[in-house]
Design a protein around this ligand. Structure first.
Ligand code: IMP
Ligand code: MG
Length: 186
């Protein structure tokens, strides 16, 4: 059950802003242009991985100036030790048949690389016309499964971050910027 939290405790956990709203806006404007320019009117399906990517998706799709459709999926990966089982559990699947689309996966952050590695493998089995990955944040130093996004808006060090869709225990997704999370809250 959700518990009440004092605003003081809530705010103390926001250690410092890492990426400002203005920096996010500017990077999304550029990514939107890059995506708009590269598909040339061909059918695009933006696929957002929930929940973390919902804010990024909302802003990115409005920075795209060519026709595009949107879809959502919820994915969780399961692993034994550090090796990917290759099993991604789709807790909510796309409603579209993607075989007639150029798919652009829209993700919040690539950390170990496991989730996206599995999602990409799965979506490829459905034969999209093409498949690219755009991520808001990339933490390459944390990678366990080799995986590179086609577009990464910001590369960050190994901080746990919150805001702009990213959560800690489901909170802070509504911050308009990306901040480092202060575990101790001191
Ligand atoms: P991966 O499979 O390890 O690449 O994990 C990706 C998922 O872990 C992301 O989609 C996020 O939901 C979550 N995640 C990884 N790092 C962070 C973080 O710093 N803050 C919040 N969520 C994170
Ligand atoms: Mg996520």
């Amino acid at each position: 059950m959700p518990e009440s939290i004092s605003m003081e405790d809530y705010n103390k956990k926001i250690k410092r802003v890492i990426v400002t709203k203005e920096e996010i806006d500017e990077a999304i404007r550029k990514a939107g242009k890059e995506i708009s320019d590269s598909y040339d009117g061909r059918p695009i399906l933006l696929v957002s991985i929930l929940k973390g990517a919902f804010v990024f998706m909302a802003d990115l799709c409005r920075a795209i100036t060519v026709p595009c459709e949107i879809g959502f999926m919820c994915a969780k990966s399961y692993y034994e030790g550090t090796v990917s089982s290759g099993l991604v559990k789709i807790t909510m699947d796309l409603e579209q048949d993607i075989s007639n689309y150029h798919v652009v996966i829209v993700e919040d952050i690539i950390d170990t690389g496991r989730t996206l590695n599995d999602v990409v493998k799965l979506l490829k089995t459905r034969n999209p016309l093409s498949l690219r990955v755009v991520t808001l944040l990339d933490k390459p130093s944390r990678r366990i499964v080799p995986f590179n996004a086609d577009i990464a808006l910001f590369t960050i060090p190994d901080y746990f971050v919150i805001g702009y869709g990213l959560d800690c225990a489901e909170k802070y997704r509504n911050l308009p910027y990306i901040a480092e999370y202060n575990e101790k809250g001191e």
